[in-house]
Every structure is written in structure tokens, then in C-alpha cells.
Design a protein around this ligand. Sequence first.
Ligand code: SF4
Length: 102
Amino acid sequence: MTSRRQFIRIIPLAGATLVAGRTAFAADAPMVDEKDPPAVALGYVSDAAKADKAKFASYAAGQNCGSCQLYQGKADPAGICPLFAGKRVAAKGWCSAFAKKA
Ligand code: SF4
């Protein structure tokens, strides 16, 4: 039987393992392919300058994944976006779901 004291010791270790696993996953995740159907539907491009401005009029110069509220990354060239589960997007990329970071 696990005592309360043992339980309290296990929880932080489990949390650290999960965080480490998530970080490794993020770094190893493949990049979103612009030709993937979900990427096409959202107009994702790995270079925001190449956004289809005719099809996605919401695009404005200066918008990119790195400045999007959904982007989960730091100064990395790529980070996780919850819209593309299990894949990374380019920090310089863009899609029509862009939401400016607060
Ligand atoms: Fe990039 Fe934001 Fe679109 Fe995700 S939602 S692909 S971070 S612009």
C-alpha cells in the first residue's frame, strides 16, 4: 500500500517525466506538410509571405505562427500548433486561423 508520504514523492517525478516526454515529442514531431488536407483547408504555408492572399483575405503582413496565440514554442524555428496534432509548424508560417498573441 502506498503511504501518503510515498505518494507525495511520486507525483513530482511523474510530472517531470511527462514534461520531459512532451518536450522530446515536440522537438521530434514532423513538420506539417502544406499539401496535407488540413493544412490546405486552413491555407497553411511554411512561409507567411507565400499566403494565398486572394483566398485568405484575413492575412495581413507581419502575421506568422511565431506571433500567433496558438503557437507553442520559443525562439525555435518551429513549434507545436494544436490545430495540427502531433506535428510542428514553422515559426515563419501562417494559416487562416491566425490569432494575434496578446
Ligand atoms: Fe500558425 Fe497560428 Fe495557424 Fe497554428 S493557428 S498554424 S500557430 S497561424
